[in-house]
Design a protein around this ligand. Structure first.
Ligand code: G16
Length: 548
């Protein structure tokens, strides 16, 4: 494409998607995320970048997902998906940020510079898959994404409303047809098909019951489960709530983030004591479970619990298959409950790596194992299997002794049920239900594996959250001066006290995490650390209060 054709890039921007705000925006933990009315020009420009990225990848398909996931309805966002269905390569985040922030007048020249910098052959074909969540601002932004693709003569394909993981899956399948069929139906066939196959082999027994209540966060995940529900042939009785009707608002007092952070039950769910409930987030990439006891106390089963459940079952099957030369590791972040890390290393004897927040970091670290299980405590995660692992397991399933074959075949079904591209609430839900069924477990027994340290998360608003810098996988902060010393001193006052602070990459706030040996101690520690952040990092608004 000769540089003169880049004029259309400016024409589209000026006529349809002008930059209307000078607020600096950064490609963060999961792409660009802010108030939806500040995003149209950003999404248009990401359409341009997706085309350039597709050409750098020899015309392989790139994904664009319009979503602000767990954020509330007024926000929206956009993130790019690389050809293997994983998050955009990190070295391109700076390029994305640059392109998003230049003035309309500089857009044409900046686009040209980027094309040169990344050495994109603009004569190649380019393909971009576009998906969106249920926000009312999403269709307009998806149209801006398409226009960006068209402006650089790429081919957009709109998937309409899909979960984020379905879009990642379709991108992967489009570029690697051995993985599956790149459509929503292809996704259901593979994931739900594997679940139904495995259910034929694992009769329901023990304390497991097939009823599962699901909080859909009033987002897209619940809607898709409503489609899937009809094809489950009674293998799982899904009772769905918060599907977006009856005035329910996206992620408001419901959904995985609300349940995890507030440690409260979502609105809209009919509560039956000891009945397990799964909570999805707004775009269907996170999952947590909980149940209420007969005194209405909530017992949370978060991403750490899902990781340990899956890892222990996979380890059992690997042992049964006698596939001892395959190594498995688990990846967590600083938010992982200290008790879970101890359980994984001491009881499961599985190595643990701790990385920065963001599934892109976890996914990357998990690649170093034959089988990498990665989960954030917030319920975002999956399992990835190396080619070596897949080949070894397939060989045993074919040639092994009868007992080995049985375990290896179950592992193959689990692999099929797993969306390896990114954390996926629907796929994770079927994996969890499979393990609970295979072991005849009630959620109470699942929870009994170890006792969580009580914890608390808080948010603090500051003038500039980037004034907080962190190191050591975000477990320590290096700026502003004095903050880490204050956190250390506060955590040192409490038995099993641990705390850290970090700027969010998806909201304009600083996050505080604390754990200690009692809920009151964890609540106090979190509040004291929040006050230290407020004082040392330029807090705005009301000063955080200590618990009564
Ligand atoms: C995104 C990321 C997650 C991250 C979360 C919170 O989740 O994909 O990896 O844990 O944001 O990030 P932060 O603490 O930086 O705001 P989601 O579900 O919103 O896409």
């Amino acid at each position: 494409m000769p540089p003169s054709s880049l004029r259309v890039v400016y024409a589209f921007a000026r006529e349809m998607h002008p930059k209307t705000s000078d607020v600096f925006i950064q490609y963060g933990t999961a792409g660009f995320r802010t108030k939806a009315n500040l995003l149209e020009h950003v999404v248009y420009r990401m359409g341009l970048l997706a085309v350039i990225r597709s050409r750098v990848k020899n015309g392989r398909t790139i994904g664009m997902m319009i979503t602000a996931s767990h954020n509330l309805e007024p926000d929206n966002g956009v993130k790019l998906v690389d050809p293997d269905g994983e998050m955009l390569e990190q070295s391109w985040e700076e390029i994305a940020t640059r392109l998003a922030n230049v003035s309309d007048n500089d857009l044409e020249s900046t686009t040209e510079q980027i094309i040169k910098q990344v050495n994109a052959d603009m004569s190649l074909k380019a393909s971009v898959f576009i998906g969106m969540d249920t926000r009312y601002t999403s269709p307009r932004l998806a149209a801006a994404a398409s226009n960006g693709v068209i402006a650089l003569k790429g081919t957009p394909r709109e998937f309409g409303i899909v979960t984020t993981p379905i879009l990642h899956y379709c991108v992967k399948c489009r570029n690697d047809n051995t993985y599956g069929i790149p459509t929503e139906e292809g996704y259901y066939e593979k994931i739900v098909g594997a679940f139904k196959t495995i259910r034929q082999k694992l009769p329901v027994f023990g304390e497991y019951n097939t009823t599962l209540y699901v909080d859909g966060a009033n987002g897209v995940g619940g809607k898709k489960l409503n489609i899937i529900r009809k094809s489950l042939d009674g293998e799982l009785d899904l009772q769905l709530f918060n599907l977006g009707g009856n005035g329910g608002k996206l992620n408001l007092n419901c959904g995985a983030d609300f349940v995890k952070v507030s440690q409260k039950q979502p609105v809209g769910v009919e509560h039956v004591p000891y009945q397990r409930v799964a909570s999805l987030d707004g775009d269907g990439d996170r999952l947590v479970y909980y149940y209420l006891d007969d005194k209405e106390n909530m017992h949370l089963l978060d991403g750490d619990r899902i990781a340990t459940l899956l890892a222990s079952y996979i380890a059992e099957l690997l042992k049964g298959a006698e596939a001892g030369d395959l190594n498995m590791g688990l990846v967590q972040t600083a938010y992982a409950n200290g008790a879970s890390t101890r359980y994984i290393t001491e009881e499961l004897k599985v190595p643990v790596t701790c990385v920065k927040t963001g599934v892109k970091h976890l996914h990357h670290a998990a690649l170093s194992y034959d089988i990498g299980v990665y989960f954030e405590a917030n319920g975002h995660g999956t399992v990835i299997y190396s080619d070596k692992a897949k080949k070894t397991i397939a060989k045993i399933a074919h040639d092994g002794e009868p007992e080995q074959r049985k375990s290896a075949q179950l592992l193959l079904n689990l692999i099929d049920m797993t969306n390896e591209t990114v954390g996926d609430a629907i796929s994770d839900l079927f994996l969890v239900e499979t393990v609970l069924c295979a072991r005849g477990l009630h959620a109470r027994q699942w929870r009994a594996a170890y006792a969580d340290l009580p914890c608390r998360q808080l948010k603090v608003t500051v003038q500039d959250r980037n004034a907080i810098a962190t190191t050591d996988a975000e477990r320590r902060c290096t700026a502003p001066e004095g903050l880490q010393a204050a956190v250390d001193a506060l955590a040192g006052k409490y038995a099993s006290g641990r705390a850290f602070v970090r700027p969010s990459g998806t909201e304009d706030i600083v996050r505080v995490y604390a754990e200690a040996d009692s809920q009151l101690a964890a609540d106090k520690l979190a509040a004291e650390v929040a006050q230290a952040v407020y004082e040392l990092a330029g807090g705005v608004g009301e000063r955080p209060q200590l618990p009564a």
